[in-house]
Design a protein around this ligand. Structure first.
Ligand SMILES: [Zn+2]
Length: 335
């Protein structure tokens, strides 16, 4: 592909992760297609402040072959990511104190687990609007110059892109105090734009399944021949930040890995409580938190709880399912 065509493709992609509608430009990702992913080795540990912690689910680290490395500072020819700093970084080393700007690079580096535990108390859930983690990393890192600690693909594989001691650029006012994960998912849409959903799913005798466009090959999905199905077969409707949206659910494999990841993070960094945003009646909150509520909230939350202009992870994200899964990880006296 020529440089100009490549750049045009990326310009379309620049509206990608965490935004809608989906920017899937034909041919834009030719260069990103790699060999069949079955060769990717994986472990089950994530890295927190330089230490390994077992998640019990497949994890590919940024240092592994086939991993996604958010530490790399190179700029792809023809791309103009908006947020790269002068050194080529798309993240801030370490963690800043709350009084400092989340984009300030000159802050104290929290390399120690206990110190990091005092700085971090939120785990932010996103969907990527890319549908697969490989595209998400290309859009976030190379296209936009942003970062997130984890990508969680449709088969439940967790990709860690950098140590959680670093401040990733994924959730504005929560960056300094949070860890982020991008769930591979094509997104939520107003009912009038549901064609975007229909392009990404097919119906067969067992219900809806994810269908990758032919140009994406196996999509970089690590599990050979994986068939991704929404955890609930029906389209889910709901209101997020005032917008009525439809969306298919995430895969069971994603919920299993997300719960395991959240429990591991909370175990190492107890400031992240295994709780989700609820109103006084116990119902899940689906709007942006007030400043006061946001300041005091320590736990798992969605991007839309942080910013009024965000919709992810959308109405189909099953917070109750996640809370139920996490309740099994709770051990009295450890929190
Ligand atoms: Zn987001």
């Amino acid at each position: 592909m020529s440089a100009s065509r490549w750049a045009a493709g990326l310009a379309l992609l620049a509206t990608g992760a965490c935004q809608s509608p989906p920017p899937l430009a034909p041919d834009a990702l030719d260069w990103a297609v790699r060999e069949a992913s079955a060769t990717i080795e994986c472990g089950e540990d994530i890295i927190i402040a330089g230490q390994r912690f077992a998640v019990g689910r497949p994890v590919v680290l940024w240092t592994d072959e086939g991993g996604y490395n958010a530490y790399q500072t190179s700029i792809r020819p023809g791309s103009e990511p908006a947020f790269v700093d002068a050194t080529g970084r798309r993240y801030s080393p370490g963690r800043q104190t709350p009084s400092q700007s989340s984009r300030t690079l000159a802050g104290p580096v929290s390399s120690d687990l206990a110190e990091l535990g005092r700085a971090v108390d939120q785990f932010v859930v996103h969907y990527d609007v890319c549908g697969i983690s490989r595209t998400c990393f290309e859009v976030l890192h190379h296209g936009r110059g942003l970062s997130v600690h984890f990508l969680l693909d449709i088969d439940g594989t967790i990709y860690q892109t950098l140590d959680v001691r670093e401040t990733a650029w994924h959730a504005t006012r929560s960056n300094a105090r949070s860890i982020g994960v991008e769930l591979a998912h094509i997104g939520a849409y107003p009912p009038s734009e549901r064609v975007a959903i229909e392009r990404w799913y097919a119906l067969d005798s067992e219900g809806p399944r994810i269908t990758l466009p032919e140009r994406l090959g196996d999509g970089g999905v690590r599990t050979p021949g994986f068939t991704g199905r929404p955890a609930r077969p029906e389209l889910i409707e709901g209101r997020i930040n005032g917008s009525w949206l439809v969306q298919y659910d995430f895969t069971p494999e994603q919920y299993d890995s997300l719960a395991a990841l959240a429990a591991t993070l909370s175990g190492a960094l107890p400031g992240i409580r295994l709780e989700v945003p609820r109103d006084p009646s116990g119902a899940i909150i689906q709007d942006t938190l007030s400043d006061e509520a946001w300041r005091s909230f320590a736990g798992l939350l969605g991007h839309h709880h942080i910013q009024t202009n965000k919709l992810d992870p959308g109405p189909a994200f099953d917070w109750e399912r996640l809370a139920e899964a996490l309740s099994g990880h709770f051990e009295p006296g450890t929190k």
